[in-house]
Design a protein around this ligand. Structure first.
Ligand code: DX5
Ligand code: ZN
Length: 228
């Protein structure tokens, strides 16, 4: 099987990356808004996949990811908020994901899933919900490119950042090598991005702060100046 994606994480240099979340994009003007945020310096596009079971919301499926893939060369960081990640790895890899993040809460076979994503040539991330402790990633910490720490309950954009996640970010950073990425997702704005950065995060997902702003490009630049 031919998977079009390519593990983006080793190729992305620089101390911290900005990943606007397409959950908040205006889909009627998605191409224009994607161009704006990439031109403003965002390095990655974060793609939220919700199945209505793992989280009480639905978002997009493989056909939408495929269209985005055809539109842009930017790395697609696919965050699977699904009950059955095993089933969905293949369709999203075929649709053009460059990195697949699955929730540790959603599987009892994380090592197997990691192996499958690796064999597809994609970046590998594991994600933890707010109630899941840092230790949950210990068994797989050496096998992955990235840990995604949810800083809100997954399911919806526009929620407030949970500052109680900051110690967990620090604890997970201490478990990772310098070459591994720590991503935060939920309630990220210039202020919370700075705090996450100080705690050790180096991929900042932002949905509403970027795409609900009157000027998404300006919002990306403001995030950049807050984290550099
Ligand atoms: C929430 C998603 C996020 C969401 C973040 O479940 O995983 O990626 O888009 O949105 P904001 O930045 O608005 O909190
Ligand atoms: Zn997400």
């Amino acid at each position: 099987m031919n998977y079009p994606g390519k593990n983006p994480w080793p190729g992305l240099t620089g101390p911290a990356l900005i990943a606007p979340s397409l959950l908040s994009v205006d889909f009627a003007r998605a191409g224009k808004q994607i161009d704006q945020v990439l031109k403003a310096g965002a390095e990655v596009l974060h793609v939220d996949i919700m199945d209505g079971h793992f989280v009480p919301n639905l978002s997009m499926g493989p056909p939408v990811v495929e269209k985005i893939r055809r539109y842009t060369r930017a790395p697609l960081d696919v965050h699977l908020m699904v009950t059955d990640p095993e089933f969905f790895l293949e369709p999203f890899a075929l649709a053009g994901a460059d990195s697949l993040n699955f929730h540790v809460e959603a599987t009892d076979k994380p090592v197997e899933l990691i192996g499958r994503i690796r064999r597809m040539g994609l970046g590998v991330g594991v994600t933890v919900k707010p109630a899941t402790p840092a230790e949950a990633i210990a068994p797989v910490a050496d096998l992955i490119d990235l840990v995604l720490v949810m800083t809100v309950e997954p399911g919806f954009g526009g929620q407030s950042f949970m500052e109680t996640m900051l110690p967990k970010i620090e604890a997970i950073r201490a478990m990772l090598a310098e070459t591994q990425r720590l991503e935060v997702d939920g309630g990220i704005n210039p202020q919370t991005a700075r705090r996450c950065r100080d705690a050790g995060a180096d991929v900042l997902v932002a949905g509403n702060n970027v795409f609900a702003a009157p000027d998404p490009a300006k919002a990306v630049k403001e995030l950049r100046s807050a984290i550099d």
